[in-house]
Design a protein around this ligand. Structure first.
Ligand code: MG
Length: 316
């Protein structure tokens, strides 16, 4: 196989893979080392995370392009006031002054995750810190679905997009984690950059059809996603034509027919972000390769109830 890491994401008889979304967002603060450690210590084999870069080109793990007041406190412990600063406008040292350890329970976003633990003193991590954690021998089977977030304000800026892709690839290579990493994005131009820069890492194409609502309280990626006017049945062929190895549709978009097309094209299919038990059951019935969830424990229990597992027997 050209990309050996694909195996870790492929469903097989008795196995549907499980990815912890931003670690385990339903339980612990998203995109934090605390959340990632919790997920992998729970036996989750795949981590999904989001990265962008600071002004001084440090690749950091965070989802939104601006520090968001529903989830970020200032150095005095207060929710952000006034204009939310852009991550790309701050240096890494400046970013370290903010606390990413909890959600504001009064915000619409906080109300989506009422069970998330509230921590203090949690920093937005560098990508290299997570890569270092995963180099420990006990975590050698953990694989990454590394989502590169392109800035919607800079879509026309090819150089900025390429610089971000270069910085991400450099970090992954410096940690020698290429063969455990898949590069993932809604921005297909950015994925083309990644494929050119790092052919050793498979490309994972995220899709969300415009008719389904964006998630409350967080940046939407719809404006960078080139699927306007498509039907879900068009998407697998478009991903394959772009030399993608993974197709990652929003779970409300996928159908059995579209999944069959993806399988025929040899694509690995991961659905996101599946949190409600009925929806998880439906994705298990469809037989996707990977379920990405904010609540990895829910997926584990629903798989076990059916005699299924998220890891092959040799890795349990
Ligand atoms: Mg993501």
């Amino acid at each position: 196989m050209k990309h050996p890491q694909i195996h870790a994401f492929s469903g097989q008889s008795g196995v549907i893979r499980l990815a912890g979304h931003r670690g385990a967002r339903g339980i612990l603060p998203e995109n934090t080392l605390e959340g990632f450690e919790f997920a992998i210590n729970s036996g989750v084999g795949l981590l999904e995370l989001d990265v962008t870069a600071t002004r001084d080109r440090v690749v950091v793990i965070t989802h939104n392009h601006r520090l968001t007041r529903s989830m970020i406190r200032d150095r005095d412990g207060n929710w952000l006031q006034g204009e939310e600063p852009k991550v790309s406008g701050l240096t890494y040292a400046e970013l370290q002054q903010y606390d990413a350890g909890g959600l504001d329970s009064n915000s619409a976003y906080g109300q989506r995750f009422p069970d998330q633990a509230f921590l203090s003193g949690v920093r937005i991590p560098r990508l290299s810190e997570l890569l270092k954690l995963l180099q420990q021998p006990k975590h050698q089977n953990v694989h990454l679905l590394l989502e590169v977030k392109s800035d919607p304000d800079l879509l026309a800026d090819t150089a900025a997009r390429q610089a971000l892709a270069e910085a991400v690839v450099a970090d992954v290579r410096a940690a020698d984690m290429q063969l455990r990493t898949v590069l993932h994005s809604f921005d297909w131009n950015l994925l083309a950059d990644c494929q050119r820069l790092a052919p050793e890492m498979p490309a994972s194409f995220l899709t969300q059809l415009p008719e389904n609502a964006a998630d409350v309280g967080e940046d939407s990626s719809k404006e960078v996603n080139p699927v306007a006017g498509c039907s879900v049945l068009d998407l697998p062929a478009r991903v394959a034509a772009a030399n993608g190895q993974f197709w990652c549709p929003y779970y409300r978009d996928i159908t059995a027919d579209a999944l069959a097309l993806a399988k025929n094209l040899g694509l690995t299919t991961m659905v996101w972000t599946v949190n409600e038990p009925g929806d998880i059951e439906h994705m298990i019935d469809l037989g996707v390769d990977v379920i990405c969830s904010d609540y990895p424990g829910r997926v584990q229990h629903l798989l076990l109830k059916r005699g299924l597992h998220w890891l092959p027997e040799a890795e349990r």
